[in-house]
Design a protein around this ligand. Sequence first.
Ligand code: PLP
Length: 429
Amino acid sequence: MIYKRSSALFEEAQQYIPGGVNSPVRAFKAVGGDPIFVKEAKGAYLYDEDGNKLIDYIASWGPMILGHAHEPVVNAVIEKAKKGTSFGMPTEIETDLAKLAVSMVPNIDKIRFVNSGTEACMSAVRLARGYTGKDKIIKFAGCYHGHSDSFLIQAGSGAVTFGSPNSPGVTQGTAKDTLLATYNDLSSVEMLTDANKREIAAVIIEPVAGNMGCIIPDEYFMKGLRELCTKEGILLIFDEVMTGFRLGRGGAQQVLGIDADIVTFGKVIGGGLPVGAFAARKEIMDYLAPIGPVYQAGTLSGNPLAMSAGLAMLTELNNKPEIFRSLADKTAYLHKGFDRVLQGKGIPYQINRFGSMISVHFTDKPVVDFASSAKGDNETFKKYFHGMLSQGIYLPPSAYESYFLNDALSYEDLDATITALETIIPQLQ
Ligand code: PLP
C-alpha cells in the first residue's frame, strides 16, 4: 500500500498542530511511521487519502459501534443541523436522550451531558468530592479517565504510550490526592483505605479496562471492591466511557452484576459527536448546580447535533439488543481465528477479550493489570501492527489499546483479518 498523500499531509500538519495531531495516540509514535489520514468511512471500512481501503478495528476508539456513516445517525444530524446548531438554551431532545439513557442503565435516575469522556470523569470526581466532603480518590495504574489533572497519575492509553503516565503540569498538590492501586488486586485498595481512613471520596475504575489493552476484571475483585466502598462510605465510580452501551444495554454494571454509585459515559452515547455524560441516583445528582452546591457547566453541553446523533444511536441499540450478542460472537470468532493462526508458531502471545473488546499481547504470561500488560514485547507489536496494516487491517497503533468491533463488520471481513495474520506470521517469528 502507498501512503504518499498521508505522509505529505502529516508533514504539513506538523507545521501548524503540535506533533501534527489533536490527540497524541494518532501520531503512530509507539509503532513508528507516519499516521494515515482518513478521507471518509462507511460501515466497517476506512478510505484514506491515498485511496486505500482498510478494515477498521478502532471504530473512532469506540463510538462507531454501528459502523461508520450509519444512515439513521447521519440523517438525524443533518435534519437537526438545518434547524440550528447551538442555542445555549434547553431543548427537548436533551430530555429525550436522558430519558432513554436512564431507562437503559441500572442505578441511575438522572444524567448530565458534557462534551467528552474527560469532562465526564472530571465532573464525576468533583461531584463525589462535594457529596462526601472528602478530597482523595483512588485510581488504578493503567486505567485512563481522560486528561484532566487528577487522572494523569500512572494513566494508561496514550499517556503511557508516550512514556508520560504522570504529566508535567500536574501540581504536587493535585497529585497527592490521587492514590494508586493495582487492577484486580483488592488488597492494594484495602491498604490505601486503611491508611487514609475517612479521607477517600471515590474509587474510579474502568470496569473492563481498555487502556492497557483489554483487561478482564476478576469477579471476586469487583465484588470485593463494591463491598469495601460501601463499608468505608466511598463512592464507586464506574468509568463506562468505553464499556457503556457497548457491552450491553446497561453497560458493565449490568453485565458484571455490580452496582456503581456514579457512572461516566462517552463515545457511543454521542454517536460519533463530542459527548460525554455522568449519571447517578437522584440524591447524588441533585448535589449539582443549579439545585446543589457542586458547580459544573458547559456552553455546548447538550448540543442539539450531538444529542440527535446520540439519540439515534441509543434508540437503535435499545430496539435491537441482539447487536450486543452478535458483536460478542464476532469478537469470539476473531479470537478463535487468531488462536488457530498463532498457536504453535513460537510467538508468545495472550489474547484478552470481553464482549466486543479484544486485544493481543505479545507475552507468555497472563495480562491482568498494568505491570503484566507492560511486559508485552513492543518490537513484535510494531511488526504486527505494520504487517496487518500492509494487508489492509487498521488496528490501534499502540499495544495499550483495546480493539472495538463494530456491527458493520462481516464474517468475510473477520476471515480477511485472520488470513492477514496468517500472511504476516513469518514477519513475527
Ligand atoms: N475514560 C475512558 C475509559 C476512556 O477510554 C477515555 C478515552 O479514551 C476517556 C475516559 C476520555 O474520554 P475523551 O477522550 O472523550 O475525553
